[in-house]
Design a protein. Structure first.
Length: 221
């Protein structure tokens, strides 16, 4: 996996004003070509993608204009709200689904902002998954192998979202992992296999019985 760039720290009030007061660029979004005139420095501060577009050797740098005609206006505005506020609309946390959150992470990844959104949406996904775990074991409502691949590509060891995904898979498949698709992911992503092992250990009460692999005898503790 390629090395991850550091998430930009939240700018101070003075830094934020400076980012907002610089030159503007034109961003055209969606099939209806909604036009935004946005602070270039703010976009480039948060996203290497925008930095390459507006400061690189592309036509976007020459024209200071970027077209994102395949993108959703709603998704783009959530992305820009994060740049302005350091947060996302409450609706994602209160009425979001696993798919809503993961789609937003995937969209942010397009702009090299995926890891930041993994951190940002972790609490909301925790609420969603806890609700689903108590109501349904239907896989469509929970984490998928593609979600695991995306999150483990974007995040580092110790990420709360990595642990959350492993907890959900454990809740769904049990300790023995009775689902081949997730066993396959463990083989493909060693970091996920390690996270699963850690969550399994945490889920077993102290003093539980286990089988000694050499003697075959039942042991305790």
């Amino acid at each position: 996996m390629a090395s991850l760039a550091m998430i930009p720290k939240k700018p101070t009030a003075v830094e934020f004003l400076k980012l907002m007061s610089g030159p503007k660029v034109d961003v055209i979004v969606g099939k209806d070509k909604k036009h935004y005139s946005l602070p270039k420095d703010l976009l480039c501060y948060h996203s290497r993608y925008f930095d390459r577009c507006f400061n690189g050797g592309f036509k976007e740098a020459e024209e200071q204009k970027l077209e994102l005609l395949e993108d959703s206006v709603e998704d783009f505005e959530i992305l820009f709200e994060f740049m302005l506020q350091g947060s996302v609309p409450d609706v994602i946390h209160t009425r979001g689904t696993v798919a809503t959150c993961m789609d937003m992470i995937a969209y942010a990844d397009k702009f090299a902002m995926g890891e930041a959104f993994c951190e940002l949406l972790c609490d909301g996904m925790t609420t969603v998954l806890e609700n689903h775990a108590t109501k349904s074991h239907h896989l469509a409502m929970r984490i998928s192998p593609a979600d695991i691949q995306l999150v483990f590509r974007l995040t580092r060891a110790g990420s709360p979202l990595r642990a959350l995904l492993a907890k959900d898979v454990l809740s769904y498949t049990g300790i023995k992992g009775n689902d081949q698709i997730f066993r396959d992911v463990e083989k493909e992503i060693p970091e996920f296999a390690l996270e699963m092992l850690q969550q399994i250990r945490l889920s077993i009460p102290y003093g539980s019985r286990w089988i000694d692999p050499f003697s075959g005898k039942m042991r305790k503790g």
